[in-house]
Every structure is written in C-alpha cells, then in structure tokens.
Design a protein around this ligand. Structure first.
Ligand code: G1P
Length: 318
C-alpha cells in the first residue's frame, strides 16, 4: 500500500496499536426502564453482554489492553470482568464444566482497566480520560452500541490502514442521507488503497457532528470504531464544547484534518448491529441466536412457524 496522500505521517505514527478504549459512561436512556439499574452495556445479546462482544473484537484485533471509561451506576461492569470465586466454586462442585468455562471466559479475554469520567461531557471528554493509559501510542476506540459481526474484520482493516499511512482511521457506513443527522458525517476523497473484503478505504477531508440532512457533506456516517493518533489528546484538550454542549471527538478529528494530519476512513461493507437501538437490538438477538449451533435449529424452526402465522400488517393479532 503506498501513501502518497499522507506526507506528514511519521514512522512513529505507523506503530502498531496495542490498546483499546471503550467509553461506557452513557446513560442508556433508550432502554429505560431496563437500564435504570443495569448498565446498557450488560444487556444480553443472546446470552452474553453486548460489551463482551466488543472486548472480544478488540482482543481478536490484537489489542490486549483495554481501558473502560465508566461513570456512576456502572460498577456492575467492573464486577462482570472480575473473577467470581464463589460462583466458580459452586459450578466446579456441580461439575458444570461448560458454564464454568463461560463464567471464566469473560475474565480471560483481555487485561481490562477502568477509569471514571466524573462528569459526562461528551465522547471527546471520555476519550481524553484515557490519555495517561494510552501515552504516546496509536490506540483504538470502540463504542459499545455498534456490534460488528464476528465474521467481518473491520477493526483489523482499520489497523492495516493505520500501519500503512499513520495518523488516524475512522470507520464509516453509508446510512443514507435521511439518517445522517444522527451521526458524525464526513467529506471524503478516494484513496489509492486496495479494498479489503468489501471494505473501501477513503481519505477524510472534513467532518461535522450530526449535521442537518441538507447540510451533510455525504451520506457516510462515522460508526463506533476509531484508530487514533495520540496527537488527538492535545487537540481534545483545546476543543471547546460543540454540538449538544459536549466535547466532540468528531470536532477534534476535524482539527487534525485541518492541520494536515492524515485521517482515513474505512467504509464498512459488512454486518453491523446497532444494539443501542431497540429494534436493531432485537434483530441482532434473533439473527445471532438463529445462527448458533445450539439454539439455531430449534429457533429457526419456531421462527418459520411464527412468521407463517403472523397476521397481515394492519390486521389485529389474534
Ligand atoms: C457518537 C459520535 C458520532 C458517531 C456515533 C456512532 O455519537 O459522536 O460522531 O457517528 O457515535 O455511533 P453518539 O451515538 O454517542 O451520539
């Protein structure tokens, strides 16, 4: 992969990333009342928390050190990634090997660390809390609401682009113009990189957080995966509150672009589930369960019958 469009990228900024940051301080208002006492990141997708899939994804991409940026009411997340000796002893006594393995699995995926955000001042502010954990290295940020199918390799592709060009890399998805006002939107130009399994590489020329539909530079939205150069911390410290009076990561990335730092995008062509949205969450649970070896066959059989019996739209269910 050549990099004629990124003359400022130093060898240093092409170092391999080793650390992942996962902001988990969000309130989860879309799932109230369930999230009144349970962090939204721990809602089960089939039988494991959404957050476990995210940590597994980071570990698969070679990021074995994970920092979660937490907030009030999120201590259950720390418990989840901690050992549970009493539960393990009980399962061991019962000889329940498979559940014992499932319980131990969550603590062995990665080295998980925690830092508290204190006050919720936006995604940029959450990422800034990771500055001392990250130091002077490139690092990844994974947002918990976006689940990427285990068969797709978005983060690995982004890390490949960062190793080639240096700078920062963001994940993009074409969400259609009518939906772009819910996301960070980008202006892009072609990059000469080869596509990877259907994921296209582009160069970012501008970013704007949640623009009105008619002002959006494109229908390409930022989805919750970022590989960031450590220079982002200095920029975030100087980024004033933006949209929603919050310190926006999108605004800091826009500053990096203005300064001529390389920022690339990987346009994802695979399967993504927005588990922060109730309808998408339900679809993710059904889809992933129906593809599993254990639950899949009976669930698929039941789904076929269920769908065949569904009343036509507009008719009242019996
Ligand atoms: C955040 C970012 C936004 C991005 C989105 C992806 O917004 O600020 O740029 O498009 O994540 O999920 P939030 O969903 O936290 O409002």
């Amino acid at each position: 992969m050549s990099s004629p469009t990124s003359p400022t990228a130093s060898a240093e900024s092409r170092r391999a990333a080793r650390k992942a940051v996962i902001p988990v301080a969000g309130m989860g208002t879309r799932f109230l009342p369930a999230t009144k006492a349970v962090p939204k990141e721990l809602l089960p997708v089939v039988d494991r928390p959404a957050l476990q899939y995210i940590v597994e994804e980071a570990a698969r991409a070679g990021l074995a050190e994970v920092l979660m940026v937490t907030g009030r009411g999120k201590s259950a997340i720390e418990d989840f990634f901690d050992r549970q000796p009493e539960l393990e002893a009980l399962l061991e006594k019962k000889g329940d090997e498979s559940r014992l393995a499932a319980v131990r699995e969550s603590t062995g995926i990665a080295q998980v660390h925690f830092v508290r955000q204190g006050e919720a001042r936006g995604l940029g502010h959450a990422v800034l809390q990771a500055a001392s954990f990250v130091g002077e290295e490139p690092f990844a940020v994974l947002l918990g609401d976006d689940m990427i199918d285990v068969r797709d390799h978005l983060l690995e592709h982004m890390l490949t682009v960062q190793r080639a060009h240096g700078g920062s890399v963001i994940a993009l998805l074409d969400v259609g113009r009518e939906n772009i006002d819910k996301y960070g939107a980008v202006a892009v130009e072609p990059a000469d990189d080869a596509a990877m399994d259907g994921d296209e590489v582009v160069r970012i020329t501008g970013l704007v957080e949640k623009p009105p539909v008619d002002e959006a530079p494109s229908s390409l939205a930022i989805i919750g995966r970022y590989v960031l150069a450590p220079e982002v911390f200095g920029v975030l410290r100087e980024t004033p509150p933006g949209r929603g009076d919050e310190i926006q990561l999108t605004d800091a990335l826009a500053t990096l672009v203005e300064r001529g730092e390389p920022v690339h995008g990987v346009v994802f062509g695979g399967r993504r589930y927005d588990t922060g949205d109730r309808l998408d969450y339900l679809k993710a649970v059904v889809r992933l369960a129906s593809e599993r070896d254990d639950l899949g066959p009976p669930l698929r059989a039941w789904l076929r019958e269920f769908v065949a019996d569904l009343p036509a739209e507009g008719a009242s269910p019996s």
